[in-house]
Structures are given as C-alpha cells and as structure tokens.
Design a protein around this ligand. Structure first.
Ligand SMILES: [Zn+2]
Length: 151
C-alpha cells in the first residue's frame, strides 16, 4: 500500500512515473520524455469494492464521488447515466466511483447507505457530503463545484 505516492503512466511513452501525492497538482511531467502527465483517465466510473475502497477512495489525491447502488434499485438506474456523464465531465478533478451495496456490505454499513441511491463525497479521506435520492445532474454538479471551489 502506497500512501504518499501515486503511479502515473505516461500517455506518450508508457513510462510509469512515481509521483508524490503532494506534487500531483504542480503539473507533473514524465521523467523520460517530459510529457505532462494526466492524473488518470476517467472516461467512466471506477468500480470500488470493500477490498479497494480504502485505496481508491480514502487515499485518493483528488475528491471522490461514490455512487452507492444496487441492481434491483429503480432510481439507481436513473442516476447511472448521470454518473457516467460526470465521470467524463470531471475526470482528473473528481474521481467518480460506483459501489454495489449488495456485494460490498462492509463499506455500505460503515457509511450507513440504507436508502439508495446515495452519493457519498469524500475529500482527503473524509466523508464531506452525502446526497440521498435520485437527484438531477445539475443538483449533483452544484455539490461537486462547491467541493472544487474549496480546494
Ligand atoms: Zn513519457
């Protein structure tokens, strides 16, 4: 488990660069070819589990929005395409993640996601916001913008 560092793969030459988390926002460049490194390619949401939650969410260098959902939940299906859009809109600035609460009961109960859909927002390893219910995209974005403004 690497806390203080993250690995960024160069999109130009493929070199894996080990970057201190503190320098992530200083415009890191590839050590080999000097190409600017992007934090990660988030075209689609990242699936997180009980096993990866700590690494993907709590240790993330950028804020994380976690969509807590289940396959049987109708309103969750309405939120899913919004989550996909947010992933491409905010990729690299906010990590968009999905947690299946049926498959990952430990994390679901830890954050008390009794009613779904629930969107959990984490920043610096702490839960900073909880949005319950199928909200329209604009309402979710409003919360995301306020998180970005504060950073
Ligand atoms: Zn490179």
């Amino acid at each position: 488990m690497e806390h203080g560092h993250t690995i960024l793969r160069c999109s130009n030459c493929g070199t894996k660069n080990r970057i201190p988390v503190k320098k992530l926002h200083d415009g890191p460049i590839c050590g080999k070819c000097r190409t600017p490194l992007v934090i990660e390619d988030f075209d689609s949401p990242v699936t997180v589990t009980d096993g990866t939650f700590q690494r993907e969410v709590l240790f993330s260098p950028i804020p994380v929005l976690v969509d807590c959902w289940a396959p049987w939940c109708g309103p969750c299906q309405m939120v899913a395409p919004i989550i996909e859009q947010l992933a491409s809109d905010y990729g690299g600035r906010i990590k968009i993640a999905k947690l299946n609460v049926d498959d990952n009961p430990l994390t679901a109960s830890q954050f008390n996601t009794r009613s779904i859909p629930t969107l959990l927002v984490f920043k610096n390893g702490k839960l900073v916001n909880r949005l319950v219910g199928a909200l329209p995209k604009a309402a979710i974005e409003q919360h995301l913008m306020s998180i970005l403004d504060k950073s």
